[in-house]
Design a protein around this ligand. Structure first.
Ligand code: ZN
Length: 424
């Protein structure tokens, strides 16, 4: 199975290389702004804008004509070309979003990028891109050291089971990263190593996730709660930052400190999620979880921190591709399935269950169970019933909203109730 995946490495550039990296991000930013200005001009006159190829042609003519742009040659042409492609896509996405053809929140019109206020990145799509040991080789920049070993990708490249499509270089809190987009030829098992194994998981507020599997085991993974644990530290750092004189050297330093704190939290969180999801995908053929409306949840301010902290969306995305690569699948229960409010013992459904109630107590049969574990059991049962009768739960759990389906499905996912027919 050919899949596209990313390999990301933290870079340890020399000072000359770091200058080149900064120069390239500057070039990409300049090209974006230059292209956006051209598009706006044309739109005012002709009600249409330029495509990436047209912009590139215009740029090639202008960079030679204008002596003030003579610096262009210091950077790879890829930096400019890919910036035009990004702009092209941003404009297309804006139109799609406005017409309602695009998932997620509505996108605004692309804006000009400002140094220090935008994400620093650029992309190579052609030229020499390879890796070996603790180095990567990129066009123009040459061989750059990395902090970790690149052997996983290097081995695949050597064996011919991977092909680098592009390399994106970006900066997060003073650290540079390269992310290779790689086409990988993966050997995917026809059937999962443990056929028939099912686990229902509930991405929790209190725990990272709670699961209940078909053998009756309860699996709970406590999240490191990195954000909450460091919140005080971060709050202090941001208060200190706010007191600094705008435009001062101290303000710049405190901003960098704050950014480093955020970046470290994000990487701790990603690591915990990677470990938990890799483990689940290896151990269970079918993983069932709720199709949470993450964008909607993060708008609820009380829940927002906990949800963002645990990275619901990230966990779901990781499970989706990791299940697929192990020969299993991820089943998404409909958003309106009352997994938390249903008793896993007798099936009685509560009308209300505040989030503060961490223990599920059934008035009908007297069952007392951890809230997240109860939900996980319900999700597992849902998957099992869906496999037997394709339309189980169909009408009753989605009053008035029956037939709603996600617009786009990630590979390896199926919607509960359709599990009998969905192919991997
Ligand atoms: Zn009950």
């Amino acid at each position: 199975m050919k899949v596209t995946q990313a390999y990301r490495f933290a870079l340890n550039p020399s000072s000359a290389q770091e200058r080149a990296l900064r120069s390239h991000t500057g070039a990409a930013r300049f090209a974006w702004n230059w292209g956006l200005a051209r598009c706006k001009e044309r739109y005012a006159a002709e009600s249409k804008w330029y495509g990436a190829a047209e912009l590139h042609r215009l740029w090639n003519a202008e960079k030679k004509a204008d002596p003030a742009l003579a610096w262009w040659a210091e950077n790879s042409t890829c930096a400019y070309q890919e910036a035009f492609r990004n702009l092209d896509r941003a404009l297309a996405d804006f139109i799609k979003s406005r017409k309602g053809q695009r998932k997620g929140r509505r996108l605004g019109f692309p804006r000009f990028k400002k140094r220090g206020k935008c994400r620093d990145s650029f992309r190579f799509s052609t030229g020499v891109m390879r890796c070996a040991g603790t180095t990567v080789t990129l066009p123009r920049l040459g061989t750059v050291r990395t902090y970790e070993s690149t052997r996983k990708l290097a081995r695949r490249l050597e064996a011919g089971t991977a092909r680098i499509l592009s390399a994106t270089v970006s900066r997060t809190a003073q650290r540079w990263f390269v992310s290779f987009t790689v086409e990988v030829d993966r050997a995917v098992p026809v059937r999962h190593a443990r056929p028939g194994s099912v686990i229902g998981i509930d991405l929790g507020i209190k725990t990272l996730l709670a699961g209940a599997d078909s053998d009756g085991n309860v699996v709970t993974v406590d999240g490191p709660k990195p954000l909450r644990a460091r919140l005080r530290k971060m709050r202090r750092a941001s208060r200190a930052h706010a007191r600094k004189q705008p435009g001062s050297a101290n303000r710049r330093k405190s901003a960098a400190r704050l950014a480093r704190l955020h970046a470290s939290v994000a990487s701790v969180r990603a690591d915990a999620l990677h470990q938990a999801t890799t483990d689940l995908a290896r151990r269970y053929e079918t993983v069932v979880c709720e199709d949470l409306n993450v964008a909607g949840m993060t708008r609820n301010r009380r829940l927002a921190r906990a949800v963002a902290d645990q990275g619901f969306g990230t966990a779901r995305r990781m499970l989706s591709y990791k299940c697929a690569r192990n020969g299993g699948r991820l089943v998404l229960a409909d958003r309106w399935f009352p997994s938390s409010k249903t008793c896993s013992g007798c099936g009685a459904v509560k009308t209300k269950l505040p989030l503060s109630e961490r223990v599920f107590t059934c008035e009908a049969c007297g069952l007392v169970l951890d809230r997240d574990v109860n939900a996980a059991i319900n999700l597992r049962v849902l998957a099992a019933s869906g496999a037997e009768s394709p339309n189980a739960w169909g009408g009753c759990v989605r009053p008035g909203r029956a037939g709603r389906r996600p617009l786009n499905q990630e590979p390896g996912t199926a919607l509960a109730g359709k599990t009998g027919t969905a192919a991997r």
